[in-house]
Write a protein that binds this ligand. Structure first.
Ligand code: ZN
Length: 154
């Protein structure tokens, strides 16, 4: 995993930043981050939203296996249905764009007391799991645009 500060433009392995996408929770061991005792409400909500695959699906960029946690080194995470360490999760922000977080954010919150910014929590609680939101399609479209293949390039 690569470190990005919260609210950075998303440019993880992209030729240029993806339009309207900002990073949340791309932590590593070298950078300080905001901490708080994880709230059951937040973890429960993440479980609900991350385990949905039939209607909405907030997961993108699935890899085989899991990435090790850059802070503690584990790579065997509870709740395998959440795909922790194997994907990114994308959520609509309040601004017509998206937040992109590593799915490991669930582990960062539960095991390392990471406190995501309020804007991300608002996006998480405002998300509608029964919608047809498809993070993979959105990320592919924005990547194609960044590579110059999009139909509506600014
Ligand atoms: Zn860890």
């Amino acid at each position: 995993m690569t470190y990005f500060p919260d609210f950075a433009e998303y440019e993880y392995e992209t030729p240029k930043p993806l339009r309207g996408v900002r990073t949340i929770g791309w932590l590593d061991a070298a950078h300080e981050f905001q901490k708080a005792h994880p709230s059951d409400e937040v973890l429960q909500r993440l479980q609900t939203v991350m385990s949905e695959r039939v209607t909405s699906n907030i997961h993108a960029s699935l890899i085989r296996g899991t990435m090790p946690c850059p802070i503690c080194g584990v790579r065997d995470y509870p709740h395998p249905e959440l795909l922790v360490g194997s994907t990114e999760i994308w959520l609509p922000d309040n601004d017509g764009g998206y937040f992109a977080a590593p799915s490991m954010i669930y582990h960062f919150i539960s095991a390392h007391n990471y406190a995501p910014p309020k804007e991300f929590l608002d996006a998480l609680f405002g998300f509608e799991p029964a919608s047809n939101f498809r993070a993979q399609k959105i990320s592919e479209d924005l990547m194609a645009e960044a590579m110059g293949f999009g139909a509506d390039i600014d």
